[in-house]
Design a protein around this ligand. Structure first.
Ligand code: FAD
Length: 384
């Protein structure tokens, strides 16, 4: 297998090659049905350099690389794209905020795919207003270590990760809810951690997990960077998170579109391919328009992020919204166009339809993205 270069086009080609060898459509369907994570595929992708390509030798993250890999993965084995989002997030947090010792210990295994990381922020009482809803606490003990107790919800891949980057409240909530929260590197094997799998409608090849933490002890060396800065560290990753969410949603839209177009050309009714009917042509054109628009917005947002342009935050929010809408529109149009066959679990349209829903609310809901754009793009008062 060729090792990826840092050119997005090359990354795209490498993902395609790995998918064609390790994740043909029938295997993706089997893993979705069995609700199993495809470890073999994960390792093949990592071995091909698709994780390590996200970070260059000077420690700079390539958003273009991540977007190219995620779009391509999402168009095929979509759950793997979501797993990669989490892994890239861990790389981003560790490379930006880790101490030299933490970077030495954790970055290389993450980038090689030898260790899976999970990112544990959301809680049962809320993912949107998560800082205010956070009840998980970490208490500093006399020996300087911490005891963490509480509960996390919706944590992707936490059943069998190596460790979690987990946020907990270390200081009583003050005037600003986002202060007083710390990120901890918590090995999954630490005593006091229990997990329960949550049955979800989509992204079924990556288990979502409830995590129960009861007096989980971690040393002070496992605080990521500085204490009480955790939420601010996460806010610093938001631009990248929006870009990566946009890339996955776009990939889902593209995967569904390709299936729908093939179906429109080959399925017949009234002696003609169904794609000859104007109603279906229009829905395919509308889907393609949303996809092309999202592609352009994502490219613009990636360029802005790579250039460190401050307008990049608005661009990435626009791209996330456009891609999420392209995905929900295209998968809905695809279901209609395929009639009963869209409903059949042996064909992929229903999976795209289920998977696409994730990006209407993760990592930020589309409502919150609109709130953000109302304020930052239109200059209106903050609405929340
Ligand atoms: C498959 C899956 C994987 C996930 N992976 C992870 C993970 O790995 N790590 C992690 O930490 N989390 C993860 N999440 C959690 C995800 O980030 C949250 O679900 C998301 O942030 C939304 O939070 P919520 O579900 O609690 O919705 P809520 O916060 O309860 O929101 C409910 C509704 O209220 C709306 N709302 C709230 N405030 C406003 C406002 N001011 N204006 C307008 N509307 C508003 C929201 O937009 C939404 O429509 C995952 C979730 C799922 C389902």
């Amino acid at each position: 297998m060729t090792t990826v270069t840092r050119q997005p086009k090359a990354a795209t080609d490498v993902v395609r090659a790995v998918i064609s060898e390790h994740a043909p459509a029938n295997r993706v369907r089997e893993f979705d049905e069995a609700e199993r994570f495809d470890h073999e595929l994960f390792h093949a992708l990592a071995h091909a350099g698709l994780l390590s390509g996200a970070l260059d030798d000077s420690g700079k993250l390539s958003h273009a690389h991540q977007a190219a890999v995620l779009t391509e993965l999402a168009a095929g084995p979509t759950s793997m794209a979501v797993a990669f989002v989490v892994q890239y997030m861990a790389v981003q947090l560790l490379s930006a905020h880790g101490t030299p010792a933490q970077k030495d210990a954790h970055l290389a295994p993450l980038l090689a795919g030898d260790v899976h990381a999970s990112f544990a922020l959301s809680e049962p009482d809320g993912g949107t207003d998560v800082a205010r809803a956070m009840k998980t606490t970490a208490t500093r003990l006399p020996d300087g270590s911490y005891s963490i107790s509480g509960r996390k919800r919706w944590i992707g891949g936490a059943m069998d990760c190596g460790y979690m980057l987990l946020l907990a409240r270390t200081t009583e909530i003050g005037t600003s809810a986002i202060g007083g929260i710390t990120t901890f590197i918590v090995p999954r094997s630490t005593p006091g951690i229990e997990t329960r799998e949550i049955d979800t409608m989509g992204i079924r090849s990556l288990a979502q997990t409830d995590i129960f933490l009861d007096d989980v002890r971690v040393p002070a060396a496992n605080v990521l960077g500085e204490p009480d800065r955790g939420f601010r560290q996460v806010i610093g990753t938001l631009n990248g998170e929006r870009l990566n969410a946009a890339a996955v949603a776009l990939g889902i839209a593209r995967g569904a579109f390709d299936v729908a177009l093939d179906w429109a050309k080959s399925r017949e009714a009234f002696g003609r391919p169904i794609g000859a009917f104007q109603a279906l042509q229009h829905s395919l054109v509308d889907a393609r328009l949303k996809i092309e628009s999202a592609v352009l917005l994502l490219e613009r947002a990636v360029r802005a992020a790579e250039a460190g342009d401050p307008s990049g935050d608005v661009d990435s929010a626009l791209a996330k919204l456009a891609a999420s809408e392209a995905a929900t529109f295209t998968t809905d149009a695809g279901m209609r166009l395929m009639g009963g066959w869209g409903y059949a679990r042996e064909l992929p349209m229903q999976r795209y339809f289920r998977d696409a829903r994730l990006y209407t609310f993760a990592p930020l809901t589309d409502e919150m993205i609109r709130n953000y754009l109302g304020e930052k793009m239109l200059g209106l008062p903050r609405s929340y």
